[in-house]
Write a protein that binds this ligand. Sequence first.
Ligand code: PLP
Length: 473
Amino acid sequence: MNRASAECAVSSDRTAQLRRWDIDHVWHGFTQMADYAQTEPIIVERAEGCWLIDTSGRRFLDGVSSLWCNVHGHHRPEIDDAVRRQLDRVAHSTLLGISHEPAILLARKLVELAVPLAADGEPLTRVFFSDSGSTAVEVALKIAFQYWRQRRPERGGPRPEKTHFIALNQSYHGDTLGSVSVGGMELFHGIFKPLLFPTWWAPEPFCYRCPLGLIRAECKIDCLGQLGRLLEEHHHETAAVVVEPLVQGAGGMIVAPEGYLRGVRDLTRRHDVLMIADEVAVGIGRTGTMLACQQENVVSDLLCLAKGLTGGYLPLAATMANEEVFAAFAGTQAELRTFFHGHTYGGNPLAAAAALATLEIFEREGTLAAIQPRIEQLAGWLRRFAELPHVGDVRQRGMMAGIELVRDRKTKEPYPWPEQIGARVCRRAREENVLLRPLGNVLVIMPPLAINAEELDLLCGSMERAIRAVTEK
Ligand code: PLP
């Protein structure tokens, strides 16, 4: 046996061992473990650019940005160096009552980023750090709730009856109980209903499967009208409306019609209700602008960021607020206006350093301009997918796309859940070394923004072959 094959043999033993222990001990999120136990799990060992490399040296194209978070590619020297430099100083120190440089610089940077393109109310000037998208939303909900209980007299005084939230059907805001309470996906959230606070639901702006049975060419974004009616009826008891700007991601890459987001902002203003923009999935360049809200010149009262904030390196989230909201929390200790909330690792210095390096790359390399040709290229592929006999709809905003598979294009009849059509297509693509993860019958394309033209063709080509192989049998 030569040296290379000896090393390979060692590595395959090790891989087998890791797979065994993985199946025996690791409980994977959103994964049916009984099925998983029948597979040969991919054990990622390292990564470079848009590629994940497993313990056997096999390379997989990261078609979903390691769960929608990788931005500039894996193992980016600038981000690696920033984290290493910070590691030489301090790995962790709390933000409860003291501070550190990376969090301060990052907060400053985020405030600059959130400066509205057009004047649209108060800018977001305050940043509360936590560590995941779910906590970012949780924080926003709690801030909104507490804000109304202690709004300053000069701003209209407290309105403690404003305790409810309005969210959209098919929305997804995370897995903690507060964010599940404003989550509108029966599949994920239904079972937990007895644990949740009540929420009012507005119809999702889903033109392919319009909940109002309308056709986009003829409608006047009537789903917005329904939200308006809900607000008319309930504004006096509503703290905030929560939305995923432009695209409802986990709900099936539902792309809102142009003007919808602007409409939500106008309605919340008219009815004196806060607006929470959950940009956890759509923020940090994903839809083609740094923030999705910028595409409709919208500035919300609270804004949630996570996922791509650190370039997909480390857990970090930010909930941004305007001065109006922030002011309600200022007072003496005795007044008990403090926001009694804070996560141990919120604003971790290593993560903040990774975030700063990520945002610097956007500026230095002009990432937003650089991805425009990729967005066009993806649009070209989607037009092609739209011709396939079992593709019902294709949806895209920037580098975020969904392909909805249907059993029957004419009737839009969905594939039944037990057929696991999306998962089967993704398994087929994996045979060609492309890693994808579906949302039920919707295939997701969301590679790192750093993907090059050749890699994007490879990804989409594999996906096309996989769709054909599975649906045209
Ligand atoms: N909000 C949105 C819009 C999301 O898409 C997600 C995750 O996919 C979350 C919140 C939750 O983020 P995390 O998984 O980091 O808790």
